[in-house]
Write a protein that binds this ligand. Structure first.
Ligand code: AMP
Length: 215
């Protein structure tokens, strides 16, 4: 089963994608994680995208489609793929459709995670991530453990805030979402693939709603 998690920054796509990957033996493909990894390892591409990402703009379709193409070629789909943060433009959506067709695969479901802007700002400016496993924490609802041991991976870890999780970059990221990504809601709705879930519900309730959509 191949699915897309669609939603603005901070909607909880990464959290739900990790959960689905674990529960269903699926492969999570997050273009944001891939780009951050390219930056950390200092590749040419990583250096080229750094400023764009820090500003909150989208990197080029060519780069992200290339990243996804590499993964689809080399990764064996176990329970299938979860596309997290990809596609973000109509060109990426078309490219994904073509790549899946080339592999003899299809898209089974697109889950839109809906969250209002005010909640997104509150979530994003309060979030930090375990540098070991990527588990997401939130200053208000899920604070970093006092002993510094991640509740997910059990490792003593660093908890970092993303460079683009600040008010300025977030405004740009939200604009990019509404201008470039939200047209995908209509695109997938028209194909009959779209289910919308309330991203403001508790993590377990969102997971339940996604499970129901995939049943
Ligand atoms: P994310 O972790 O998904 O919020 O992505 C972080 C940043 O990486 C975004 O603000 C963009 O600059 C870039 N990015 C991630 N995925 C894409 C994509 N599919 N298309 C264009 N840019 C992307």
């Amino acid at each position: 089963m191949n699915i897309i998690l669609l939603g603005p920054p901070g909607a909880g796509k990464g959290t739900q994608a990790r959960r689905l990957a674990e529960e269903r033996n699926m492969v999570q493909l997050s273009t944001g994680d891939m780009l951050r990894a390219a930056r950390t390892s200092g590749t040419d591409m990583g250096k080229r995208v750094a400023d764009v990402m820090d500003r909150g703009d989208l990197v080029t379709d060519e780069i992200v489609i290339g990243l996804i193409r590499e993964q689809l070629t080399y990764d064996e789909p176990a329970g299938g793929y979860i596309f997290d943060g990809f596609p973000r433009t109509l060109a990426q959506a078309d490219a994904l459709g073509n790549l899946l067709t080339e592999l003899g695969e299809g898209l089974d479901s697109v889950i839109e995670m809906k969250v209002d802007d005010e909640a997104l700002v509150a979530r994003i400016t309060a979030r930090s991530t375990c540098s070991n496993c990527g588990e997401v924490y939130n200053d208000q609802i899920k604070p970093i453990p006092a002993d510094g041991v991640c509740t997910n991976c059990g490792e003593k870890a660093e908890f970092t805030r993303r460079a683009d999780d600040n008010a300025d970059a977030l405004t740009t990221r939200l604009m990019a979402y509404y201008k470039q990504t939200s047209p995908l809601i209509g695109y997938y709705y028209a194909r009959g693939d779209l289910t919308t879930v309330d991203g403001l519900a508790s993590m377990d309730d969102v997971a339940g709603a996604i499970k129901a959509a995939l049943a």
